[in-house]
Design a protein around this ligand. Sequence first.
Ligand code: SAH
Ligand code: SF4
Length: 360
Amino acid sequence: MKTNLLNYDLPSLTTHFAQMGEKPFRAKQVMRWMHLGGANNFDDMTDLAKSLRAKLQERAEVAVPGLITEQKSSDGTRKWLLDVGTGNGVETVFIPEDTRGTLCISSQIGCALECLFCSTGRQGFNRNLNTAEIIGQLWWANKALGVTPKNERVISNVVMMGMGEPLANFDNVVTALSIMLDDHGYGLSRRRVTVSTSGMVPQMDRLRDVMPVALAVSLHASNDVVRDEIVPLNKKYPLKTLMAACERYLVKAPRDFITFEYVMLQGVNDEAQHARELIDLVKNVPCKFNLIPFNPFPHSGFERSSNERIRVFRDILQEAGLVVTVRKTRGDDIDAACGQLAGKVNDKTRRQQKWQLMKE
Ligand code: SAH
Ligand code: SF4
């Protein structure tokens, strides 16, 4: 078996090279070829000695996931489905905006958590993605999108908001983040890389200590009764515990606020009373709210809040001095909007079966 060099960040690649008797600067060169240069073939790494290229060819590879499909939305959003083996595929989405280009990356095949309003959650779970499969999504998107006329990367921001719970795949995600931030990798700043979590408290603390990137927390409810219902993980880490973890995260965060994501579900979490509860809940956590109009999928059992409800909800938060944005729905004509990513999950949890039975 050849070693896939895409699984290494610079420190671990340097160690690997040392074990092969190679100098640290060689690891840097290879890192730059793979990530800055988009090379997946040692022959293309022209400034490496022929002998090193031959050695690498023999024992290593740069293996990116295969491309299954590419789709383009009428609004410019793009979605790639990548082959991660044994009948599984994960999705990556690029969202162009006026001042930035954001890539939304998956971290798992499916998700082991079961938030009721999420299409990925319904797909069940197969396994964690390895680092090569996570960073491979950025690799592909960079290749497809190229650079701007000013020679800047089209992808300026990365959000870990695709399929899966990134903090449940901690080590592989952290290594991938390390590659994203490394100047010999993608050179993104910590402020432009965001991890989104449904609230895995111990891992939030670990992330703060090893790789404090920007943090988004999927809040979705203003009290434990509602949150227990729609985000089952809340039973393990209830809101008070979660808010305390947010406060601790901010001590080292690259931005001085946490982003709270809040999916707007008609008649579930969108009443004026809920907005008022939220103001009290987050009073010790500097934050910004991102209200996400629910994106429907077949048999979800939920409906999107009306625009009027969303407006009233936003106004209550804003009047209390909170910063609130309403997320624009992007790419829904190609099922690329938040919560619509389903990929191809060879489910190991029998959850697909369960939901199938409920439909019948
Ligand atoms: N597992 C992580 C990241 C992936 S989900 C998390 O839960 O944070 C990215 C965001 O989309 C989360 O805030 C998630 O709650 C939200 N989301 C899930 N399903 C949705 C849907 N059907 N409509 C709108 N947003 C949804
Ligand atoms: Fe998993 Fe996030 Fe979907 Fe919940 S919202 S099921 S944590 S992907």
